[in-house]
Design a protein around this ligand. Structure first.
Ligand SMILES: Cc1cc2nc3c(=O)[nH]c(=O)nc-3n(C[C@H](O)[C@H](O)[C@H](O)COP(=O)(O)OP(=O)(O)OC[C@H]3O[C@@H](n4cnc5c(N)ncnc54)[C@H](O)[C@@H]3O)c2cc1C
Ligand SMILES: *[C@@H]1O[C@H](CO)[C@@H](O)[C@H](O)[C@H]1NC(C)=O
Ligand SMILES: *[C@@H]1O[C@H](CO)[C@@H](O)[C@H](O)[C@H]1NC(C)=O
Ligand SMILES: *[C@@H]1O[C@H](CO)[C@@H](O)[C@H](O)[C@H]1NC(C)=O
Ligand SMILES: *[C@@H]1O[C@H](CO)[C@@H](O)[C@H](O)[C@H]1NC(C)=O
Ligand SMILES: *[C@@H]1O[C@H](CO)[C@@H](O)[C@H](O)[C@H]1NC(C)=O
Ligand SMILES: *[C@@H]1O[C@H](CO)[C@@H](O)[C@H](O)[C@H]1NC(C)=O
Length: 490
């Protein structure tokens, strides 16, 4: 708490100064006139404000103090909020599920926080099989709702993540069949930085629709309604398998074989390696390999045989519903893993030694830096050809994903909240340098959902110059670029 208070005082007095505070307060005062009292809250001690402030997966962001929080219930409200913010020259942020770990992407200090959490309506059209939902739900809520129709929407692999996921592409257990979450978009309602409310689809504002399919949130406008192609679901064969460290070589081989050879689009995996800060004492009890194995259907055939053949410590494979699948390994995983969390990303192809290099670099760093993290993990996420084919078949997305197979690597560092600012910065710098040591594959996009802001992921897209033009068109005077956080377009 002391650390956060000090950090807060530093943040408010140093970079923002009095004018930042004044602009935030002016925007809030103005918006109080245009929005009914249930839609704006400046009471920093009220339960509603505190709940919004607390609800970030990267806990560092909970130390920021918005001048007020706006709770829109319509596109019109979002439009009013953006206009009031613009008139006051205030900083702001747009928040859906609050899971992006990058500071100021969905958090703001001394400015207006637009919390989309009150916009939770969802609908299913049985004639068209299209699903329409507002941005304020978590994917777990959407899955529970659509499961009643034996349908689902393509979204997060963990129930607790918010709808901003799809604006960054969105990798689902169903992606090898249907493409990224954004590939299932059919129509979006968008409030532009000007406040104008427009539709984006492949026939109306198709350039905006293109950019919003994986080109990032809080850049081109605010999505207030998603209409997406829903997908059928029934029973799954899924679970976690946990291995002791001495099986790492065998499991790593099985993961690489799966990335390279698996051709069954109903089979989906995440390979995760975890390291705890506790000393190893030569017993390797500080590390484990945890597989997420998910098959869309009750019979996985031999899809996971390479994994189940390896002796393991724990195996929860069995028949599950989709809502159960996204609560693996345990319900509330995203809530329980809240902390001072930072992500980084890598992208590689099978066929060189990058898999082993990435793993070795991470292990070496994790051994040498035991004091600077409370948990660290490295996750391997296959992008099979079936996924990139499914994406193309629906028109492609802002990444214009080259043909699979290739894979993304997600690195996580969770730091103890007791670290001083200097030790925190040092830990993050070493973590950054470790990730940099493993060269990324040429010509493949970094996954923005797993990226740190300083990795400039959009610049790795083959579509970057097109995205820069679209950004210029829809945010012509750089209102979003100047006043809220987000990916660099420079
Ligand atoms: C525990 C955990 C599990 C994850 N699992 C997956 C996974 O399975 N697949 C995957 O692809 N990613 C995954 N991610 C990454 C996740 O997709 C990103 O962190 C994503 O940004 C989170 O979206 P959100 O709505 O929860 O977060 P937020 O931080 O609220 O939003 C993310 C970004 O999008 C912007 N944004 C949100 N909604 C809108 C909107 N309606 N209009 C305009 N901008 C908007 C925000 O301003 C912010 O910049 C996971 C992350 C965590 C922490
Ligand atoms: C208040 O916001 C409106 C837009 O909603 C704007 O037109 C007006 O100029 C603002 N007033 C002040 C004092 O900033
Ligand atoms: C969903 O599937 C189950 C099992 O096949 C079936 O009993 C149920 O009627 C289906 N529900 C709907 C709404 O189609
Ligand atoms: C628009 O999307 C629909 C539905 O996916 C598709 O059938 C159609 O071919 C697309 N049109 C264009 C111009 O991309
Ligand atoms: C791994 O360790 C376990 C438990 O100590 C042991 O039973 C097993 O034989 C070991 N396997 C290998 C491949 O060393
Ligand atoms: C399992 O591993 C073997 C190599 O040992 C490989 O030929 C096969 O394709 C793999 N199967 C899957 C589904 O990963
Ligand atoms: C954003 O910053 C640029 C450069 O300082 C400035 O020209 C532009 O007017 C700013 N836009 C807004 C909306 O304030």
């Amino acid at each position: 708490m002391v650390f956060y208070s000090l950090l807060f005082i530093f943040m408010v007095t140093a970079p923002l100064g009095a004018s930042g505070l004044a602009a935030g307060n002016a925007a809030c005062a103005n918006l109080t006139e245009f929005l009914t009292s249930s839609k704006i809250n400046s009471d920093k001690l009220s339960p509603q404000y505190l709940e919004t402030q607390e609800d970030y997966w990267n806990a560092v962001q909970s130390s920021y103090v918005p001048s007020c929080v706006v709770y829109p219930t319509s596109a019109q409200d979002v439009s009013v909020a953006l206009q009031g913010i613009r008139a006051a020259g205030s900083r702001f942020a747009i928040k859906a599920g609050g899971h992006n770990p990058n500071t100021f992407f969905s958090s703001v200090d001394a400015g207006v926080l637009i919390d989309l959490g009150s916009m939770t309506s969802m609908l299913y059209n049985e004639d068209t099989t299209l699903a329409t939902y507002e941005p304020g739900s978590l994917f777990g809520d959407l899955y529970d709702y659509y499961a009643k129709f034996n349908r689902t929407v393509v979204g997060a692999r963990l129930a607790g993540v918010g709808t901003g996921l799809a604006l960054g592409g969105g990798l689902s257990f169903l992606s090898p069949q249907y493409g990224m979450a954004c590939d299932s978009f059919r129509e979006l309602e968008v409030v532009l930085p000007s406040g104008e409310i427009v539709t984006a689809s492949n026939t109306t504002n198709p350039d905006l629709f293109f950019a919003m399919r994986g080109g990032g949130g809080n850049a081109y406008g605010v999505v207030t309604k998603y209409t997406v192609q829903s997908r059928p679901i029934g029973e799954f064969y899924a679970g976690n398998v946990i291995y002791l460290f001495n099986q790492t070589t065998a499991v790593s081989e099985a993961i690489q074989n799966f990335i390279q050879y698996n051709e069954d689009p109903k089979a989906s995996i995440i390979g995760t390696y975890e390291m705890l800060p506790t000393p190893s004492f030569g017993l390797d009890l500080d590390r484990a390999v945890i597989m997420f194995l998910v098959y869309d259907g009750p019979d996985a055939g031999d899809a996971f045989k390479n994994f189940t053949d390896i002796p393991n410590l724990f195996n929860s494979l069995g028949i599950k519903t989709y809502p159960e699948v996204v609560n693996m390994p345990i319900p509330m995983s995203t809530e329980l893993s809240r902390g001072d969390n930072i992500f980084r990303v890598g992208v590689h192809r099978i066929g060189d030694d990058s898999y082993q290099t990435a793993l070795d670099n991470w292990y070496t760093w994790a051994e040498d830096n035991k004091g600077s993290y409370s948990l660290s993990s490295i996750d391997f996420q296959p992008i099979p050809k079936s996924l990139t084919d499914a994406s193309k078949a629906q028109g492609g997305n802002a990444m214009e994903m080259p043909d699979g197979p290739w894979y993304w690597v997600n690195y996580l560092i969770s730091t103890p909240s007791s670290l001083s600012q200097q030790d925190y910065d040092e830990a993050q710098a070493k973590f950054r340098d470790m990730v940099k040591k493993t060269a990324n594959a040429e010509g493949l996009p970094l996954f923005i959902n797993d990226a740190n802001y300083d990795q400039n992921p959009l610049s790795t897209f083959s579509t970057y110059s097109k995205l820069q033009e679209i950004k210029k068109k829809y945010d012509p005077d750089n209102f979003f670029a100047n006043y809220t956080g987000g990916w660099s377009f420079d």
